[in-house]
Design a protein around this ligand. Structure first.
Ligand SMILES: Nc1ncnc2c1ncn2[C@@H]1O[C@H](COP(=O)(O)OP(=O)(O)OP(=O)(O)O)[C@@H](O)[C@H]1O
Ligand SMILES: [Mg+2]
Length: 276
């Protein structure tokens, strides 16, 4: 459907000099990053470096103030758009902590989302067929899509469900936050190979993670390391391996960032933040 389009132009998500704050505290301190359709990018960084904040700002979740910079998707400035409008234009965000939707089955949820995003009617039968194709590709059981969205889903099932959502909605650019968190080795492998199957010329992906292991399956073309709200180092796939060896501390010293600049200010001031 979008193929004619994609052949002519490549969708591009461009983040320029992005600064953003939460409750008056600056978290993102100037992010520049471009993701094109067909490219796989990994955004890595220690806890609290601002990765999820970036994902949330990109998708327009409330509670974040963009203080300067801009985000342009397919030539259009999107920071003034609602999350729905961004999704309609072909952006997708898989959240680190997916929400439950009691009373709505996965299949109905997906069909509603599909209609809202594509702006077109699709019969239950046609949708089933479309979904079944994706389920087969990803190895998702029938049983799962009849259940209520995320209710009682294990961590692995939630993530699988997200990847199914990604496959069914077929966005041009997807942001996957912490898709490896809370997964056992087999689930991680299943989810990661699912993502790998979806990667192709019509999909651009930004995979957000702090570990290298998901990158054994999802092979990034570009790796960006974030620390203290800035991208401090960029490279190819070898950078992920380097990171695994040196650790974030090694990278911090190499790029000459103070502990404070790297966001490790919990050392001296007040209680450590107890997230994750
Ligand atoms: N809603 C919020 N209220 C207060 N502080 C926030 C909020 N959201 C984010 N922060 C702070 O912003 C910083 C960056 O958080 P963020 O969730 O973006 O990090 P992250 O890189 O995704 O970390 P992780 O690897 O643990 O997921 C943290 O210091 C966090 O406490
Ligand atoms: Mg996060």
């Amino acid at each position: 459907m979008a193929t004619a389009d994609t052949l002519v132009q490549t969708a591009e998500l461009e983040i320029r000099g992005l600064h953003a704050s939460v409750e008056g505290k600056e978290i993102l301190k100037g992010i520049d990053l471009t993701v094109r359709q067909g490219e796989t990018h990994a955004l890595m960084g220690p806890n609290g470096s601002g990765k999820s904040t970036l994902a949330n700002v990109l998708m327009g979740r409330p509670g974040y103030q963009v203080t300067s910079g801009e985000v342009v998707f397919k030539g259009e400035a999107i920071l003034g758009l609602t999350p729905d409008q961004r999704a309609q234009r072909g952006l997708f965000l898989a959240m680190q902590y997916p929400v439950e939707v009691p009373g709505v089955s996965v299949v109905n949820f997906l069909r509603t989302a599909y209609k809202a995003i594509k702006g077109e009617e699709i019969s239950a039968l046609a949708f089933r067929k479309h979904m079944k194709e994706k389920m087969d590709l990803l190895g998702v059981e029938d049983d799962m899509v009849r259940r209520y969205v995320n209710q009682g889903f294990s961590g692995g099932e939630k993530k699988k469900n997200e990847i199914l959502q990604l496959a069914v909605l077929a966005p041009q650019i997807a942001i996957l936050d912490e898709t490896d968190s809370g997964l056992d080795i087999d689930s991680l492998k299943a989810v990661a190979t699912g993502v790998e199957k979806l990667i192709g010329p019509s999909l651009g992906v930004l995979v957000i993670t702090h570990y290298q292991r998901i990158l054994n399956y999802v092979h990034p073309d570009f790796v960006h390391v974030m620390m203290g709200g800035r991208i401090v180092k960029e490279g190819g796939p070898e950078l992920a391996r380097e990171l695994e060896e040196k650790g974030y501390e090694g990278i911090r010293q190499e790029v000459g960032l103070s502990e404070e600049e790297a966001g490790r200010d919990d050392a001296g001031s007040g209680p450590a933040r107890g997230e994750s």
